[in-house]
Design a protein around this ligand. Structure first.
Ligand SMILES: [Fe+2]
Ligand SMILES: [Fe+2]
Length: 379
């Protein structure tokens, strides 16, 4: 094994080593020059760990989520119908509403040939899925930190089961990108900034907020759209499996933080700090929705112009609303929609979502339903 350490994710569009040379996407490069070479980036974290000497389960809801996580363990290799024929590169992989909407009617886009428009569809999808993959890696690292930092027994065990869930999510998105797309993009800088913050902050509850409240709320909103709009049934299936897990993760985060913040161990000033952190993290996540790498890589379009175009489209408004639809009720539930922070959310026009159901309203029947594919295999 050879390790090469870098300061930041390398820019570019990378193809997977397993893709035969004659099927390689033009303009892509290999991530490393040699097989078995690894690219890594270091970060340091002042982790404060906690033992827990009281092994009794105090929160039955968290325990139930842990039990469900064990029961619903799926296998990324055998529970997904990978044999389903792949879409050809001449087919639209996902409804244009998801990614192309903002570009319709925009002169640089309309001037492209039909072939280039189709390539763009595939590259934008690859960019979005690559960022799902990078986000899942971040979730894997954060969940593993929570095993050490979380102060209660059921939270530690839940974080352990979440760590395995996130490992499978990394596996399944990597496999999808490698088998069915063949190339990938580096981590979006806004997502990377939030992951850096969450992974290196010494306060364990901020890790919960950053991951389970903000990043996973966004993931749920984006995954849900992806599942509905994908033209590849395999992507819809992968996403459905991941959504089931993420729903539990958010349920866990909100349930745990609500109890923790209501216990009174956190001062008023500390709560305000958390409220501000949540707001800033949500803003980073809004930015993360703007994806410009594929447009820059394929056509050399100025990222600022692409960004401007995406920011003003009605599709992006809908997408951002979806994110806050998930986020606001949870922020309120854990007590971080403080009087001081409310005006900032008001400016974003998202307070209208605060009364929607939060993630502690778990539909246990739906959450316990076995996966259709797993049932078929067991029969
Ligand atoms: Fe995940
Ligand atoms: Fe997750």
């Amino acid at each position: 094994m050879e390790l090469k350490f870098v300061e930041n994710p390398s820019p570019g569009c990378f193809r997977f080593r397993g893709v035969p040379e004659d099927q390689a996407e033009p303009g892509t490069t290999l991530m490393t020059s040699k097989n078995a070479e690894h690219i890594a980036e270091l970060f340091s974290t002042p982790l404060t760990g906690a033992y827990n000497w009281d092994y009794e389960v105090a929160n039955q809801k968290l325990w139930k989520l842990y039990e469900l996580g064990k029961k619903l363990n799926w296998d990324a290799q055998t529970d997904i119908d990978w044999a389903t024929p792949k879409l050809s590169r001449n087919q639209t992989p996902i409804d244009d509403m998801m990614f192309l909407g903002p570009f319709l009617g925009w002169e640089p886009f309309e001037a492209l040939s039909e072939d280039d428009k189709m390539r763009f569809r595939w590259h934008v999808l690859a960019e979005a899925l690559s960022n799902f993959l990078h986000g899942e890696q971040g979730a894997l690292l954060v969940a593993s930190q929570l095993v050490t930092c979380a102060p209660t027994e059921e939270a530690k065990l839940y974080a352990a089961s979440q760590t395995f869930d996130e490992g499978r999510h990394v596996e399944v998105y990597r496999k999808y990108l490698e088998d069915r797309i063949g190339f990938m993009y580096p981590c979006n800088k806004y997502l990377k900034a939030l992951l850096d913050k969450v992974l290196t902050d010494p306060r364990w509850d901020l890790k919960f907020i950053g991951m389970q409240i903000v990043i996973e709320s966004l993931a749920l909103a984006a995954f849900d759209l992806m599942r509905q709009l994908s033209h590849d049934p395999v992507l819809a299936q992968v996403t459905e499996y991941v959504i089931r897990d993420e729903g539990r993760h958010v349920g866990f985060g909100v349930t745990f933080l609500e109890e923790y913040y209501k216990s009174g161990v956190v001062s008023e000033q500390e709560l305000e700090d958390r409220a501000m952190f949540t707001f800033e993290a949500a803003q980073l996540m809004r930015e993360r929705l703007i994806i410009t790498q594929a447009a820059e890589n394929l056509f050399g379009w100025d990222p600022a112009a692409v960004r401007e175009r995406m920011m003003t489209g009605a599709v992006m408004d809908l997408f951002r609303d979806l994110l806050f639809t998930r986020l606001m009720p949870n922020v309120k539930k854990i007590g971080l929609l403080t009087e001081k922070i409310r005006p900032l959310y008001e400016q974003l026009g998202v307070l209208k979502f605060e009364e929607l159901p939060d993630a502690t309203n778990i539909d246990w029947v739906a959450a316990s339903k076995p996966f259709a594919r797993s049932q078929e295999q067991a029969a």
